[in-house]
Design a protein around this ligand. Structure first.
Ligand SMILES: O=P(O)(O)OC[C@H]1O[C@@H](O)[C@H](O)[C@@H]1O
Length: 272
């Protein structure tokens, strides 16, 4: 197996394929595979956060097909638009399906995705393999190295967290749900289904941290319920509002490099 890492943040873990990539002044991408003798299956790793990232994957795939590479697997650590997995009102797009349809059209032999937001993403993809967050969470908890309880912020996270708990041998789970403003649909608070957290080390586990409102708000409520330490384990760390506020609220924060490289000391990043 040879590996093509379109994004250099992913360390090649086997014989890798060399390529040159540049962008024309007008913005069009160009790619040239340098290795002339490519044998056997190839895995392309590419995090896709935009149509530009997707475009690079597509032209790399085309280059490989023209070199007569028959078996291509892709690993997409962050699958785009996974939160746009339903049409709430007429006029919205089902964006996750737009990406999935384009990827399916490439006829990859396998499409691996890491901790997708919901079951919709894998349901839409052909030849899909889901890499769950279980091992990642286990590694984070080993670093924490003390007894903890797992906290699921909402129903989406809850579906997954019991499986994580089972994988870890039955760690206690604290269930929560989000309160939303009836008129605007905006997040307005949390219900935590435990009266007193008795100084427990609460570890919030979820897939995506974007603006961070969810986790900063929940940490506040956990403190009011007498939590001890509070940590955060997030598969896809976007942190679009920066990380400063998180440092004040959390004892430890873990994420992966699925969305971007993070060099803040306050965040432990585990490479996929
Ligand atoms: O509050 P931010 O960080 O913007 O969004 C994160 C939340 O939005 C959801 O889709 C994620 O699963 C998580 O619960």
């Amino acid at each position: 197996m040879q590996f093509l890492h379109l994004d250099s943040s992913f360390t090649p873990y086997g014989p890798s394929i060399d390529f040159e990539a540049f962008t024309f002044a007008g913005g069009e991408p160009h790619i040239k595979i340098i290795n002339q003798n490519i044998e056997g299956p190839i895995t392309i790793t590419q995090r896709i956060r935009s149509f530009n990232d997707l475009g690079l994957l597509l032209i790399a795939t085309d280059a490989l097909r023209r070199m007569d590479v028959k078996v291509i697997h892709v690993f997409i650590p962050y699958f785009p638009a996974a939160r746009q997995d339903r049409v709430m009102v007429l006029g919205e797009s089902l964006s996750v399906k737009v990406y999935a349809d384009i990827i399916n059209a490439q006829n990859y032999n396998q499409v691996a995705v890491f901790d997708p937001h919901s079951e919709v993403t894998p349901a839409l993809l052909n030849n899909v393999k889901v890499i769950q967050n279980y091992e990642f969470v286990k590694q984070c908890l080993q670093t924490i190295g003390e007894e903890v309880v797992l906290v699921a912020p909402d129903g989406g996270a809850l579906k997954k967290i019991y499986k994580v708990s089972e994988y870890l041998g039955g760690v206690e789970v604290i269930e929560c749900s989000k309160k939303r403003d009836v008129k605007t649909g905006q997040l307005s608070g949390f219900r935590v289904y435990e009266e007193d957290l008795k100084g427990k080390h609460c570890v919030i586990v979820d897939d995506i941290c974007d603006g961070g409102g969810t986790f900063l708000g929940l940490a506040q409520v956990l403190k009011e319920k007498k939590a001890g330490k509070i940590s955060l384990i997030i598969s896809h760390g976007i942190f679009s509002n920066g990380t400063e506020k998180f440092e004040q609220q959390f004892d430890t924060i873990f994420t992966t490099n699925s969305f971007r490289d993070i060099d803040e000391n306050s965040i432990e990043q585990i490479k996929l």
